[in-house]
Design a protein around this ligand. Sequence first.
Ligand code: GRF
Length: 194
Amino acid sequence: MIQKTPIAVLISGRGSNMRALIEACERPDYPARIALVLSNRPDAVGLEVARAAGLQTIAIDHKPFGKDREAHERKVDAAIRASGAQIVCLAGYMRVLTPFLVNSWEGRMLNIHPSLLPAFPGLHTHEAALAAGAKEHGCTIHFVTSGVDEGPILGQARVPVHADDTPDTLGARVLDQEHRLYPETLAKIIGQQS
Ligand code: GRF
């Protein structure tokens, strides 16, 4: 029986990358298991998906904390630690992190970003790629550091940009690759750390 590393998955919305991680973790030979799914939005659709899969979930709403991002993160950090998770996977977690959480999980927190970083950090990456006339687009998994969408790149997947692409068609092509890349890269990182 393979030793599975417990992970926490942090979401804010639909959670399709989380679903890809759930499916991977269900495989007996996959080296991770999901100890916690955490959302900063109590109404995130992904929370329902996670509950339906029988996973432990928690919502820690950021709104009552106002501008005190670190106070919110201290609750998030405590919940992650209580779950026993050793790696944190950001999967559409729409919060800019403070040094508190970044430093707490340095080298153990991954993020997925829908562009070929360093190209197109930030939001609306598919629009940006089309506006720039990019011939190729894709997604990146990286370690989280204090700069937004910076940090050592762990894996990338590329897709072609078609002449008739819209942000939606291009985004869907990228998202398919995200769902493949995240489980693959997480397994690679766990293999390197153990
Ligand atoms: C994905 O495109 C991911 O790359 C970005 O946010 C989106 C989350 O989608 N960080 P989902 O919630 O995983 O469906």
